[in-house]
Design a protein around this ligand. Structure first.
Ligand code: GTP
Ligand code: MG
Length: 200
């Protein structure tokens, strides 16, 4: 899919204030600093469309980006960031949960995990929660530029084995790097295929 336009639409912490039209949307979720905002910039070829930072906790709201005038990418705050206050964490959790439970336009979530790390309980638990709530998701492994090809294969294989302890199959997954533009066509083609079905 070619990205012809990508524009920031709005930020808010209230799912009822998100765009009202019925365009399909895809949300990026995962631990703080995993690379959600960077991935949005990579996929859309824009350096600063979504705000990124080396310090975790940069994205604090639900951010809608309109792509090619007919679908949305959604950047969300990360979970699992220890240094925000307990009450801030609760607020985040509340609106993230509300977003996923109430947003009917959400077609699929992408759960981002850093390819360098072992499967983390917080991510595995979140995927189980998505499953229990019948929310379709794929896994996006990020920061693949940080590993050599054989380590990438090894880490993905270990993740699969871990997932198969809980799930009947490994979900759809993508290996990406925002700094090296790895995995871009795969993710965009996947979205394009779903969008085509969506339009019927
Ligand atoms: P929060 O908004 O805080 O939840 O973080 P985020 O998940 O949006 O992460 P963000 O995109 O802001 O990136 C966090 C850090 O990781 C930044 O320093 C990025 O430059 C870096 N980063 C993101 N993606 C990649 C990647 O593919 N490769 C490498 N090497 N660094 C990356
Ligand atoms: Mg972010």
């Amino acid at each position: 899919m070619e990205i012809k336009s990508a524009e920031f639409v709005m930020s808010n912490s209230d799912v009822s204030k998100c765009p009202k039209n019925l365009l399909p949307e895809y949300a990026f979720i995962g631990r703080s600093n995993v690379g959600k905002s960077s991935l949005i910039n990579m996929l859309t070829n824009r350096k600063n469309l979504a705000k990124t930072s080396g310090r975790p906790g940069k994205t604090q709201l639900i951010n809608h980006f309109l792509i090619n005038g007919n679908w949305y990418l959604v950047d969300l705050p990360g979970y699992g960031y220890a240094r925000v206050s307990k009450s801030a964490k609760k607020t985040f959790q509340k609106f993230i949960t509300q977003y996923f439970s109430l947003r009917e336009q959400l077609v699929s979530a992408f759960v981002l995990v850093d390819i360098r790390h072992e499967p983390q309980p917080i991510d595995l638990d979140f995927m189980i929660w998505l499953g229990e709530n019948s929310i379709p998701f794929s896994i996006i492994f990020t920061k693949a530029d940080k590993l050599k090809p054989n380590a990438i294969t090894r880490h993905v294989e270990a993740y699969k084995q871990r997932m198969l302890e809980t799930w009947e199959g490994m979900p759809n997954y993508f290996v990406t790097s925002s700094s090296k533009s790895i995995g871009k066509d795969e993710v965009l083609d996947y979205i394009a295929n779903i969008n085509a079905d969506f339009k019927g």
